[in-house]
Design a protein. Structure first.
Length: 611
């Protein structure tokens, strides 16, 4: 019997593993404006190096693709080369023996079909059409509102918290609210990922908001004599009102409720966004002279046509505050409620009593998590989150899912709601679900299909439906605004085709989205309304941003935000998040690589910025 030898990694293998991890980090931090031809060639070269060489399509075909892509980059190709690349890639996709070959060719094929203009640009002009200057600083490029993130991080590091808030407000009048509830897309492509992990941008912003105190809004420009009606007092409407007021226009907000904030107030529970913290932002916005008319029901108290006649321009941002129906048997039973309605009532101070109840929440987004975690705080004995896909496919933020689980909510995945069972009094007795089998990828996510298994019964007293939101667009449609799939249709500049002076944006135009995207829509609308009114105001900020420190940036762990213990926080609606300490915030701010001053960040306005 021959001896067996236990194989252990040698130094060479450890180096290779480290190189792979470095590559993974660089890919994670890669900006979206990388040259698609160059990226395709790099990926193709790596895949070809992994080929076993047994099949011709992989051994020979990938080599031919590499040569063709190289010709495009080196200016030795013509337009017929693009067609040849596409044909060659199709052949390899259809004939390669393993995933190394056909996946490499598929990536090239998708690139040449999706970025054909870039291939043409390389051939005809010798340059890539992708604009690196627009993507120079990844965090800024990925922030819908375009906030100067490296700038305010540098200010926090210098202890200038008030200036940090002033700089944020140049582009986003909700620094506190976003510090608490923003989904922080800015962190996704942070170049710090190449070293260790992304900067905790949201946490640093929270530290600035916690320590800045009351920061007055900037002075408004002289009055222009123009009046703008803003329909909706949510984040988009208030953002537009803020910037229009700073520009010297009279902004008048028409709000259906008796409180401002929209879904910030009526959709996000206080344990995530306390009302007092939200009003830090709202009070600063109103201090610029924004006028608010509360309790105005558009279509009854005033029509859109009347507002159009009375005001010089109008911005419609009514949000998406209607619930979606499942259209299943028993949905009208007593005890079936919508998450939107439930959270809205909690925002009004009307908290239902779920003491001793068993609750089933249908959905996998942030609203579903909010409804589930609120149910725990309302006294529910048992809360189950029922979702037809897997946990990995949930659209909710990972920290929201983990928070719900820590507070005692149970995830029931791969179960599609089938019907609601009611008792003899018409009250909810159970939710019946159909087991699912995860299937093929459809639109980026694996699609669940019906499994060959019997329905399952989940005993419950309350069923909360959190599967999405609809828009109450009837009055807008009657006014003449075109709609599609329940959304208001606007142009890229938020204007309405054929309706001069009427603009729309936010959830009512895009469908339910994030707070920061609604803020970006309000900012864009304000700039375009200003231009429509015949002006070209620029919102300036006189804050001087510190120059980068010339120092080493060794690998360093990320400072994360902590929360109160689950056993303590789940008993009330008090804020659960704990901000950074000064020591932690300074360390985290020092990790910033200052991409606004290094790399492609030196390109500002088409020139190299010196410092």
């Amino acid at each position: 019997m021959s001896r067996l030898i236990l194989t252990t990694p040698n130094s060479a293998q450890k180096v290779v593993d480290g190189l792979y991890k470095d590559l993974e980090r660089r890919l994670e931090a890669g900006p979206s404006a990388l040259c698609p031809v160059d990226l395709s060639l790099s990926f193709l070269t790596m895949c070809h190096a992994q080929s076993c060489g047994k099949c011709v399509p992989c051994r020979v075909g990938l080599e031919q693709l590499k040569a063709l892509l190289t010709d495009v980059l080196e200016g030795e190709a013509d337009l017929e080369t693009i067609d040849l690349i596409e044909k060659t890639a199709k052949v390899i996709v259809n004939s390669a023996d393993c995933a190394i070959g056909y996946e490499a060719a598929r990536m090239v094929l998708q690139g040449v079909q999706g970025f054909r203009d870039d291939y043409v640009s390389h051939i005809e002009q010798g340059v890539c059409s992708q604009s690196f200057k627009d993507q120079a600083v990844p965090c800024v490029a990925l922030c819908p509102a375009g906030v100067d993130i490296p700038g305010y991080i540098a200010l926090v590091r210098e202890g200038r918290y008030r200036d940090a808030i002033r700089l944020i407000r140049k582009d986003n009048p909700f620094p506190t609210a976003c510090a608490l509830v923003c989904e922080h897309p800015c962190e996704a492509k942070c170049r710090r990922n190449m070293i260790d992990d992304s900067i905790n941008i949201k946490g640093i912003k929270r530290f600035a908001a916690d320590n800045a105190g009351i920061v007055p809004a900037p002075e408004c420009a002289p009055s222009t004599g123009k009046k703008v009606a803003i329909v909706g007092g949510g984040p988009g409407g208030l953002t537009a009102a803020y910037f229009l007021s700073l520009m010297g226009h009279k902004a008048v907000v028409f709000e259906k409720e008796h409180k401002l904030g929209g879904m910030l107030h009526f959709g996000i529970p206080e344990y995530r966004l306390p009302e007092a913290r939200l009003h830090e932002d709202i009070d600063a916005i109103l201090s610029t002279g924004v006028e608010v008319k509360y309790g105005v029901n558009i279509g009854k108290d005033v029509t859109l046509k009347e507002l159009q006649d009375e005001y010089d321009a109008m911005f419609i941002t009514i949000g998406a505050q209607l619930d979606k129906k499942l259209n299943m048997e028993g949905e009208d039973s007593e005890g079936v409620v919508s998450a939107v309605e439930m959270l809205h009532n909690i925002g009004l101070g009307e908290k239902p009593d779920f003491t001793g109840k068993k609750v089933a929440v249908i959905g996998g987004g942030n609203v579903a998590m909010d409804a589930a975690r609120s149910s725990v705080r309302l006294g529910a004995d048992e809360v189950k989150i029922v979702y037809r896909r897997r946990k990995d496919d949930m659209t909710a933020l990972l920290e929201e899912i983990e928070g719900a689980e820590a507070e005692g909510c149970e995830l029931v995945t791969l179960q599609a709601p089938a019907r609601v069972e009611a008792d003899e009094n018409g009250k909810v007795a159970a939710l019946w679900t159909q087991p699912q089998l995860i299937g093929k990828v459809d639109r980026g996510r694996p699609k669940p299909v019906k499994a060959n298994l019997p329905e399952e019964r989940i005993e419950c007293d309350i069923v909360i439906v959190a599967i999405g939101q609809n828009i109450d667009y009837k009055d807008c449609e009657d006014f003449g605004i075109p709609t599609k799939w329940g959304n208001l249709i606007s142009l890229n500049d938020t204007s309405i085709k054929g309706m001069p002076g009427v603009f729309t944006g936010g959830d009512c135009a895009t469908g339910p989205s994030t707070v920061i995207k609604a803020i970006a829509a309000g900012k864009t609308a304000a700039a375009n309304i200003d231009q429509y009114l015949g002006f070209n105001h620029k919102i300036e900020c006189d804050v001087e941003i510190p120059q980068p420190r010339l120092e080493n940036k060794p690998a360093c762990g990320r400072v994360n935000i902590t929360e109160k213990p689950a056993s303590e926080r789940k008993t009330n609606f008090e804020e659960i998040e704990c901000g950074m300490t000064c020591e932690g915030a300074m360390q985290e701010a020092s990790r910033c690589l200052r991409c606004d001053k290094f790399g492609y960040g030196i390109f500002r306005g088409g020139r190299v910025e010196r410092w």
